[in-house]
Design a protein around this ligand. Structure first.
Ligand SMILES: Nc1ncnc2c1ncn2[C@@H]1O[C@H](COP(=O)(O)OP(=O)(O)O)[C@@H](O)[C@H]1O
Ligand SMILES: [Mg+2]
Length: 296
């Protein structure tokens, strides 16, 4: 069994995917994942079906994924392209139905998108004809926030992400990093208990990316949301997270606590030998999941 993971598999290789499944207890003692802001993913699987000509093509994207995130915990998911990270996110966001298993947020089953979950994706998809503040206002309108409250709240969150001087600017006048800040302000403004972030800094240049990591640390310390964060970057995962879930080929292969002190600053962490040790551990674990080697 090579375990090669092609983008579209015609036959479902369930034996390869199911066996390495690791159920992660996770969480923070005393903070149940069933409380407001907690996430519980149990036995989640997803097989995509596509009709190609006269054949049905099946892709097993997730096989028996289980993990919990405690209220206010910051958990990253890391793993190679195509291993199923975005599929977990879309199911949690309520944009996609699982094939089996359950996802709960705040102890309640996810049945569709809702204002309890704010989503930030790689590209913020702003409306170019609207100002920064109006891009946030429109999201509040969709979320059903009363009209009289929308502008005040939008301005508050645009300030929080450090764009106070750019409120009346249009997206085309902003850098990629600034546009992504608007995306974060928009997700936070609906005041969700959970923030779902799928490679939010993946399209940024290296400098903007590290700046945004510091910004996110600051915002998270201030707002204390539960965050589920997807990234390709080991350094980013270590700097930001309380815990890192390693994924490979549709399953979670490791659950690594990041025992670094908070409040954190990226600069300080990168001169801490413990940070480097954790990065090396993760690199090794991801290497294993990339090779699809069964864990000893
Ligand atoms: N809508 C879809 N239809 C068919 N296959 C899909 C679809 N979305 C994703 N996939 C496949 O499912 C697997 C996991 O995808 P995804 O969750 O996007 O991975 P990741 O975010 O880790 O890169 C990949 O093999 C991908 O090609
Ligand atoms: Mg993805």
């Amino acid at each position: 069994m090579t375990g090669e993971h092609s983008p579209v598999q015609v036959a479902v290789d369930s034996a390869a995917m199911g066996s390495a499944s690791a159920s992660s207890p996770g969480g923070v003692p005393g903070r149940s994942a069933a409380l407001p802001g907690g996430i519980e993913v149990t036995g989640l699987s997803k097989t995509y079906r596509r009709v190609v000509g006269r054949e049905i093509s099946l892709t097993a994207a997730l096989a028996d994924v289980s993990f919990t995130v405690a209220p206010q915990e910051f958990v990253s998911v890391i793993g190679p392209s195509g291993c199923g990270k975005s599929t977990i996110m879309k199911i949690l966001a309520g944009l996609l139905d699982p094939s089996s298993g359950s996802v709960k947020v705040s102890g309640k089953p996810v049945e569709g998108p809702g204002p309890d979950r704010g989503c930030v994706f790689q590209f913020p998809g702003l409306m170019p004809w609207k100002t920064v503040v109006d891009n946030v206002v429109i999201a509040l309108e969709f979320a059903g926030v009363p009209k009289r409250e929308r502008r005040r709240r939008a301005e508050e969150y645009v300030d929080l992400v450090g764009l106070d001087e750019f409120k009346r600017h249009h997206p085309g006048e902003l850098s990629g990093g600034m546009q992504q800040r608007v995306g974060i302000a928009r997700a936070l403004a609906i005041e969700p208990v959970v923030l779902l972030m799928d490679e939010p800094f993946g399209a940024l240049d290296a400098l903007s990316r590290t700046r945004m990591q510091d910004e996110l640390l600051r915002i998270w310390e201030q707002t204390k949301k539960t965050v589920l964060f997807i990234t390709h970057s080991i350094e980013e995962a270590v700097v930001l997270s309380d815990r890192v879930l390693v994924m490979g080929n549709g399953v979670i292969t490791a659950d690594v606590p990041i025992d670094l002190p908070r409040p954190r600053s990226r600069h300080r962490l990168l001169s801490d030998p413990r940070t480097l040790e954790l990065m090396r551990d993760l690199e090794r674990l991801i290497g294993h999941s990339d090779d699809h080697e069964p864990e000893a």
